[in-house]
Design a protein around this ligand. Structure first.
Ligand SMILES: Cc1cc2nc3c(=O)[nH]c(=O)nc-3n(C[C@H](O)[C@H](O)[C@H](O)COP(=O)(O)O)c2cc1C
Length: 175
């Protein structure tokens, strides 16, 4: 698949095959893609905590408040993405320019990670609805949890949905 095909193919999966584990080499490829992502001043202000088994179930419960994201409990792997402090140059840039580079960096890493997941035939979903305090306790983290990404194989028959996106004419202005 070329990148546009991967982008078409990747979708937020909300039904996982609970009986199918993620192969270690595929998980490695997915994490390697995130490692290669660009970041402000190359600061890489993120950390990935891999949860399986009971830890995954506990994290799944912590993304399921108010009836949301119940499907997370089906995924064999949950990747917790937490924030790390800025490197000095990025901190300075963020202050001077009033821009939150860490969230941008985490978003890019998540995009790389989920794109490579699709390239590996895996399914994923970026989750921002989460209980930071609970997940920090479960994972022993002392920095904010920004995203949780369930990873696994889609349940058989889970349909590929057509993409709903704004038209380029709405997204792009040419001057
Ligand atoms: C930062 C972020 C947070 C998200 N949080 C959730 C979430 O908590 N639960 C969920 O089901 N989907 C979540 N999504 C997935 C979006 O709903 C999804 O990407 C969007 O509707 C486009 O659909 P697609 O990913 O299938 O192309 C999130 C996506 C992003 C980028």
């Amino acid at each position: 698949m070329n990148f546009l095909e991967i982008a078409e193919n990747r979708q937020s999966c909300r039904a996982y095959d609970e009986g199918r584990a993620v192969e270690p080499e595929k998980l490695n490829a997915v994490l390697e893609a995130a490692r290669l992502a660009p970041s402000a001043c190359n600061g890489q202000p993120y950390h990935f905590t891999i949860c399986r088994g009971e830890k995954a179930k506990a994290v799944a419960a912590a993304v399921s408040g108010m009836g949301m994201n119940k499907f997370a409990a089906q995924a064999p792997v949950l990747i917790v993405v937490s924030e790390k402090p800025y490197v000095k140059s990025a901190a300075l840039g963020a202050k001077v320019k009033g821009n939150d580079y860490r969230s941008i960096d985490i978003g890019i890493a998540a995009a790389y990670l989920t794109a490579e997941s699709a390239a590996q035939g895996l399914s994923s979903c970026i989750l921002g609805w989460l209980d930071d305090g609970k997940i920090r306790d479960i994972c022993g983290l002392d920095q904010p949890v920004r995203l949780v990404i369930p990873l696994g194989y889609a349940k058989e028959g889970d349909p590929q949905r057509p993409k709903k996106r704004k038209e380029l004419s709405e997204l792009v202005t040419e001057l």
